[in-house]
Design a protein around this ligand. Structure first.
Ligand code: FAD
Length: 232
């Protein structure tokens, strides 16, 4: 789970959206979740197979949202060193820095260096990390997107579904580093999935900015971006 370094938050929240980064997800290492079940009023142990994990999803943020208070998690870590191939940007960093010996510490340091260079520090710049999840589409829809945009990065999720790079789509639209004067919102220069509040007065500004981005992506790619953070 060295790829998950520097993701801010508490342990109990990690299974909720099955936190992930650089090709790893919590579900790769989790064994079970200990929780208080508000329905049965009992402490329960939920094995991984019953957590409903998928990309940025679990039963805790879908079918059973709000039902469990997660008190601890059990994980199983490998003694084997991390092995390539790594996620493209991580691989590029390792090559550029001529790193060939892979230990969890080496990979963790690389991930921290990449994140620090790409992502704004939420303590200094108002943001909540990636605002859009990578959209998952079926192979039929993929064919029509790839016909127009052959270079679009995609990853196979299962036999029928593919994940597209939302960051690539926003960059293709010229939105990377875009500062929107009306709403006071902007897209971060080094990572287009991160929306930052420069001088937006209220949530309506954020939502207007979000909707405009979703519309532009729909018009160009025929794909609807999904918001990752929860709106309270
Ligand atoms: C700069 C930045 C970068 C980020 N990068 C990533 C990334 O790379 N990958 C990624 O996956 N996420 C990323 N995130 C999102 C965030 O870090 C995760 O969602 C994290 O798990 C949130 O933890 P939290 O403790 O703040 O939870 P909160 O945001 O407070 O809660 C998230 C949800 O989980 C529920 N919850 C929290 N704790 C518990 C519990 N103990 N039991 C039951 N439900 C609970 C809440 O009710 C809420 O619905 C990033 C966020 C920021 C600000």
């Amino acid at each position: 789970m060295e790829h998950l370094s520097l993701i801010p938050g508490t342990t109990g929240a990690t299974p909720v959206q099955n936190v992930g980064a650089y090709g790893q997800e919590l579900s790769n290492v989790i064994v079970c979740v200990q929780a208080y079940d508000k329905e049965t009023k009992q402490m329960v142990v939920i094995p991984k197979a019953e957590c409903g994990f998928s990309y940025r999803k679990s039963r805790f943020n879908t079918t059973d949202k709000g039902r469990f208070f997660i008190t601890s998690i059990t994980i199983a870590l490998s003694h084997d060193p991390p092995m390539p191939p790594f996620y493209a940007s991580l691989e590029a960093y390792l090559n550029e820095n001529k790193i060939t010996k892979y230990t969890p510490k080496v990979i963790r340091d690389a991930v921290i260096a990449i994140r620090n260079s790409k992502l704004p520090d939420p303590k200094k710049v108002a943001n909540c990390g990636s605002f859009f999840a990578n959209p998952i589409i079926d192979s039929f829809q993929l064919d029509s997107v790839v016909a127009k945009y052959p270079g679009i990065p995609r990853w196979q999720v299962d036999s029928e579904h593919y994940k597209l790079s939302a960051a690539w789509m926003l960059e293709n639209l010229g939105l990377k580093g875009y500062h929107e004067p009306n709403t006071g919102m902007a897209i971060w220069d080094n990572q287009p999935l991160v929306l930052v509040n420069e001088k937006a007065p209220n949530t309506a500004s954020l939502l207007a900015f979000r909707d405009a981005i979703i519309k532009r992506v729909e018009e160009r790619f025929g794909v609807t971006l999904q918001q990752e953070p929860e709106l309270i």
